[in-house]
Write a protein that binds this ligand. Structure first.
Ligand SMILES: C[S@@+](CC[C@H](N)C(=O)[O-])C[C@H]1O[C@@H](n2cnc3c(N)ncnc32)[C@H](O)[C@@H]1O
Length: 317
């Protein structure tokens, strides 16, 4: 799969053609250098450390936090079950879009979240990218329920991608280290782009939305969920529209996510598994807040409306 993926990549920064050796890729145009590891490729352009040091610092923080979570999950013995890093979703009486009922016992609410954001989108036999794929749970569930033609999981954290690459046996799926703001694929490469609970961490959200628009084919769909401050919702919609994406669904599903947070608080895997096993993660300040446990600041802000969990579908017309 790695050779197959390498053939499709372009320079993360200038989208130029890449020259390949056994252990590296180099852009023929701007000379950016990338590394080929044992099982995966890292497409981070490290020149950002110098060009945009404050953005890079935030991204390094994400890499550090998720590496610590990966380490503590590996030590805990539940690592192989903990394939999602999101709050999950529980259906209640409000508008529902999922067209499939999952059979999972473990991580059921996370699979529900995916099926809900996907709704009736055409995914079968399509090319799909999961941006901020974490530990690959969404890629596995997409394969199981929709049978896409190809699946790419991209994440900035090498520990996550090492985990996905080692765990996944799917011949249709490939994983790479990369930055959502600088996606190393050519224009018009995908039919569906998925992004679940990741974009809050991107310093330049407008740049991310432009990248999503660029890599989607005409008619391609962006499936997007994010916890946002209430006052940021309109601003994000504006940025997506300025990037060229048209909103076809924009739903507040905060009550469904809060219910899932309540359930997670009682379980060993999913978000609660992370909380139980993240004691070694000294750098992740408030782990309860990180996973929105009942009583945490994030949970309470969702309850009182200051934060909204938005579920959106957008289309490149
Ligand atoms: C809360 S987790 C969600 C993971 C996954 N989407 C899921 O639903 O399980 C956020 C993920 O976004 C990734 N991430 C953060 N900043 C990123 C960036 N600039 N580019 C790509 N991935 C990023 C993190 O490494 C982490 O795996």
């Amino acid at each position: 799969m790695l050779q197959h993926l390498l053939a499709k990549l372009v320079c993360s920064s200038c989208k130029g053609e890449l020259a390949q050796s056994d252990t590296a890729l180099q852009c023929r145009r701007c000379q950016a250098a990338y590394t080929i590891e044992h099982r995966y490729v890292s497409m981070l352009d490290r020149r950002e450390q110098v060009d945009r040091p404050s953005d890079w610092k935030r991204k390094e923080g994400e890499i550090r936090d998720y590496s610590e979570i990966a380490n503590s999950l590996a030590l805990s013995g539940i690592g192989r079950f903990a394939t999602f890093l999101n709050y999950g979703y529980v259906p209640i009486g409000n508008e529902q879009h999922a067209v499939i009922e999952p059979d999972e016992v473990w991580n059921r609410n996370s699979v529900k979240l995916l099926l809900e954001v996907a709704g009736g989108t055409a995914i079968r036999e399509r090319d799909v990218i999961d941006i901020g794929c974490g530990r690959g749970g969404n890629i596995a569930a997409l394969h199981k329920y929709f049978k896409p033609l190809s699946l790419v999981g991209l994440d900035i954290c090498p520990s996550n991608i090492a985990y996905c690459s080692a765990k996944s046996k799917l011949t249709e799926a490939s994983f790479l280290v990369g930055d959502a703001e600088n996606i190393p694929f050519a224009d018009d490469s995908f039919d569906v782009a998925l992004n679940i609970e990741s974009a809050h961490a991107y310093p330049n959200r407008a740049r991310f939305y432009e990248e999503v628009y660029r890599i989607l084919r005409h008619g391609g769909v962006f499936l997007y969920t994010e916890l946002m401050l209430e006052e940021q919702v309109e601003q994000n919609v504006r940025l997506m529209e300025e990037a060229g994406l048209s909103v076809i669904r924009n739903q507040d599903v905060t009550p469904n996510v809060l219910l899932s947070c309540d359930e997670n608080a009682k379980q060993r895997t999913g978000a609660q598994g992370i909380a139980n096993n993240a004691n070694a993660s000294a750098n992740i300040g408030d782990i309860d807040d990180f996973i929105a446990l009942p009583g945490s600041r994030k949970y309470e802000e969702m309850k009182d409306g200051r934060r909204q969990y938005r579920m959106m579908n957008l289309i490149k017309r």
